[in-house]
Design a protein around this ligand. Structure first.
Ligand code: KG4
Ligand code: ZN
Length: 329
């Protein structure tokens, strides 16, 4: 059995899974305190992780009905993410592992998102194309095996897809996180009412959402307050359409380029109905793990750890977190 910790952003997560991918516990404590700032405040996130991590780990172990000495290994997200937040998880995992002389497995957060697909009750076997779109990352990956050898085909050059939803929602006066609110508002609007850029000019399979956000800002200024209030649903629908198209066009190109016929979605944006509908027809098979496994969670980190080498005590005591870069993202 593997215990995993994930603290790369604002969710304090701990999970216990079996070697064959059965989830025994998947505890997620969302901090909630960041909403009033319209985004995650890194220092506040770190401090909350410190307060929550002990209780979240204890809760996961209790729900799984295991004690620390019974574990085979402890896994932890090493990066990328907010470095102060990551350090809380890394230091906690090291301390727990060292106290019981357990091996430690450092995991790349994005490998975790990919490995969410390998869990019960619907393990999705490689090869497949994986689109991960969240508030922190946007990634197209060719997944040929279970380990970390998956290939990055495209990533965002600026904002992440979820960030584009959040920033657009903010411009339209919606709360944070903006994705679900914007999707709801867009249901009453016409996606063809306005034309927003889909980043089609970006070469290859990379994404760019900064221009889209600016286009909405200019449109809002041009229309003026009254007109924006009257056409908010149309603006939301057209803006959402542009994000969905940006993602779907590259999925389509990546499927053609790789010859892959199966597609998996991950990240919080995978909850978006129009995105799911738009990509459904593109591949022979579409896998969208349950939402609790799409958004940040520790079960996916434990899942990835099954396919990675474990570090023995005391080799991991000098292990450090990384904010970005390990996989060239
Ligand atoms: O994976 P996630 O929970 O967290 C991190 O980014 O770490 O993703 C959250 C992101 C937010 O940007 C949120 O606005 C977006 O996913 N999101 C959505 C929807 N639900 C969540 N975006 C579009 N449509 C949704 N229904
Ligand atoms: Zn994530």
């Amino acid at each position: 059995m593997i215990l995993a910790l994930e603290t790369s952003c604002d969710d304090t997560c701990a999970a216990v899974i079996t070697a064959r991918g059965e989830i025994r516990a998947n505890v997620i404590s969302s901090q909630g305190v960041h909403d009033r700032y319209g985004g995650v405040v890194p220092e506040i996130a770190s401090r909350h992780h410190l307060e929550l991590v002990g209780a979240v780990v204890a809760d996961a172990l209790a729900r799984a009905g295991v004690s620390l000495p019974e574990l085979d290994a402890i896994a932890v997200t090493q990066g990328p993410g907010l470095v102060g937040a990551l350090l809380v998880g890394v230091a906690s995992a090291k301390a727990l592992a060292a106290a019981h002389r357990l091996p430690l497995v450092p995991v790349d957060h994005l490998h975790g998102h990919v490995a969410a697909n390998f869990l019960d009750p619907h393990p999705f076997e490689p090869p497949f194309l994986c689109l991960i779109a969240s508030g922190g990352h946007t990634l197209l990956a060719r997944v040929e095996g279970y380990g970390p050898e998956w290939e990055v085909l495209g990533t965002t050059l600026d904002d992440a897809a979820g960030e584009a939803f959040d920033k657009g929602a903010r411009l339209l006066g919606l709360g944070y996180p903006g994705g679900p609110a914007l999707e709801r508002l867009a249901r009453e609007g016409d996606p063809a009412a306005f034309s927003f850029p889909t980043g089609a000019r970006v070469a290859g399979l990379d994404f760019s959402f900064a221009g889209l956000k600016t286009a909405l800002l200019y449109k809002v200024r041009e229309l003026g307050e009254e007109e924006v209030a009257r056409r908010r649903a149309d603006l939301a629908a057209a803006y959402q359409h542009a994000i969905v198209e940006a993602l779907a066009l590259r999925v389509e190109a990546a499927l053609a380029q790789t010859g892959l016929r199966r597609l998996a979605l991950g990240g919080g944006v995978a909850a978006n109905g129009p995105l799911r509908a738009r990509v459904r027809g593109l591949a022979d098979e579409l896998e969208v793990p349950p939402l609790a496994l799409c958004t940040d969670n520790a079960a996916m980190i434990a899942s990835a750890a099954r396919y990675l080498p474990a570090l023995a005590f005391p080799d991991y005591l000098s292990l450090d977190a990384y904010a970005s870069g390990e996989r060239g993202l």
